[in-house]
Design a protein around this ligand. Structure first.
Ligand SMILES: NC(=O)c1ccc[n+]([C@@H]2O[C@H](COP(=O)([O-])OP(=O)(O)OC[C@H]3O[C@@H](n4cnc5c(N)ncnc54)[C@H](OP(=O)(O)O)[C@@H]3O)[C@@H](O)[C@H]2O)c1
Length: 119
């Protein structure tokens, strides 16, 4: 089933849609009636154009500090967001992901934190 554009279908924001994690989520969403907005910093590159050809709406935005206005705008109308990150602490990169997780939990927005690969 292709990604649909029916306005009644929930709009899903997929961060990193051109990458491995987000790309696999876009693929999985094709089996349900969702609209998908894929986030990318470059709407002209081949990976992004491939998404467009699959029916994905592209938000050309960089999720960085200082870009708050554009980031909020890019999420407008979305009902669900997929954001992937790591869980390790005491490593700068992963500590920042933990901050994002903590923020998500405290935001009041329905939030699911899946930590795969644990034993
Ligand atoms: N791959 C794994 O097995 C795995 C496992 C566990 C956790 N993770 C975590 O999952 C996340 C994604 O991993 P991945 O393997 O999918 O990476 P990837 O294939 O390298 O893709 C990275 C994605 O992030 C996007 N991106 C990078 N900087 C961005 C920014 N400033 N604003 C908006 N988008 C940005 C890129 O989009 P554009 O270049 O199009 O802008 C691209 O779609 C990482 O945090 C990684 O640590 C990955």
């Amino acid at each position: 089933m292709p990604i649909i554009q029916d306005p009644s279908a929930p709009l899903v924001a997929v961060i990193g849609a051109t990458g491995a994690q987000g790309g696999s989520v876009v693929k999985a969403l094709r089996v349900e009636p969702y609209r998908v907005r894929g986030f990318s910093r470059d709407s002209t590159k081949p990976a992004t154009q491939k998404l467009v050809n699959q029916g994905v709406e592209v938000a050309d935005v960089s999720l960085v500090l200082g870009n708050v206005k554009d980031v909020f705008k890019a999420f407008e109308g979305t009902k669900i967001a997929f954001i992937s990150g790591g869980k390790y602490t005491h490593v700068v990169n992963f500590d920042s992901k933990t901050l994002v997780t903590d923020y998500g939990r405290q935001s009041g927005v329905p939030f699911v934190d899946v930590q795969a690969g644990q034993v």
